[in-house]
Ligand binder design. Structure first.
Ligand code: PAF
Length: 282
């Protein structure tokens, strides 16, 4: 494994040792790695000659300062975990000043309104921050392919738009959600849950599963209402939103159409930890 903190050194290494040898993949992360990240890395290894994993806690995508402060910084552990997958990985773990040399500022993008829906309506400027850092990473590393988890499905859609909008030739690949035994979608935030709450958090997944089953016979309005009532019955949770939306443009379903693929999206607080999840429903 090779570790770089400096972007020019990484670029020289990629130019001299990797670029001509085959495809380069990037797996962007903020560290605190778990099996979900490892599944992206594994897919990257299967499909490319070189895999770069970036580990950078990006300050511009946090809408709340306390969330940034609480975000775990676990580089040593992350490197150990990555080594269990492959010794050939390249890790890029820059400092904030390396990524934002002039000032820590956020670029403003237009994603045709995608950025204002669901996550965007609750986390102002979040997607501008994500896109700012991902564009920087793409320009530094110039990967052929980049791998993102479907847990952040809206982020994935936005990054696909970003690549088109700023004319980058990166293939953006979405990978299935990896779940804990009880169905809870893997996330670095799960570590902040108590053991008891981590166990009951499987309720989010089982609710999505039932919503999916109901989608065969019931309207989206009925299902949304049912989900809201289910969460009211479980006072440990506080539901932020539940929506069934078009998988491509993420607009909430109005009149169901056979050709369109729909997905249920959810954001929930449990013990002050914000958890998101999603599931295809047809
Ligand atoms: O999904 C994440 O971990 C982050 O949003 C990303 C894509 C690494 C950008 O900081």
């Amino acid at each position: 494994m090779v570790l770089f903190h400096n972007k020019s050194e990484l670029q020289i290494h990629l130019k001299n040792k990797c670029r001509d040898a085959g495809k380069i993949a990037l797996v962007p992360t903020m560290g605190a790695l778990h099996k979900g990240h490892l599944s992206l890395v594994t897919k990257g290894i299967q499909e490319n000659r070189t895999v770069v994993v970036s580990i950078f806690i990006n300050p511009t995508q946090f809408d709340k300062r306390e969330d940034l402060e609480k975000y775990p910084s676990t580089l040593k552990k992350d490197l150990e975990l990555l080594a269990t997958v492959s010794e050939k990985l390249i890790v890029f773990a820059p400092s904030v000043s390396e990524m934002y040399p002039d000032e820590v500022s956020t670029k403003s993008y237009n994603f045709d309104g995608l950025e204002d829906l669901m996550e965007g309506s609750f986390r102002k400027n979040h997607f501008n921050g994500v896109a700012t850092v991902v564009e920087k990473l793409f320009r530094i590393i110039e990967p052929d392919r980049a791998y993102f988890g479907e847990k952040d499905f809206q982020q994935l859609a936005i990054i696909k738009k970003l690549v088109k909008g700023v004319n980058l030739s990166v293939e953006v690949i979405g990978c299935p959600i990896v779940r804990e035994g009880n169905g809870l979608a893997m996330s670095s935030r799960n570590n902040r849950l108590s053991k008891e709450n981590r166990a009951i958090a499987g309720f989010i997944y089982s609710t999505l599963e039932t919503a999916k089953n109901l989608f065969g016979t019931k309207s989206a309005l009925y299902i949304t209402d049912w989900v809201k009532k289910e969460f009211l019955k479980h006072s440990e949770f506080s539901l932020e939103y539940f929506e069934i939306a078009d998988e491509v443009n993420l607009r909430p379903i109005k009149k169901r159409q056979d050709k369109i693929k729909y997905r249920a999206f959810i954001a929930v607080y449990l013990q002050e930890v914000r958890l998101i999840d999603n599931m295809p429903v047809n």
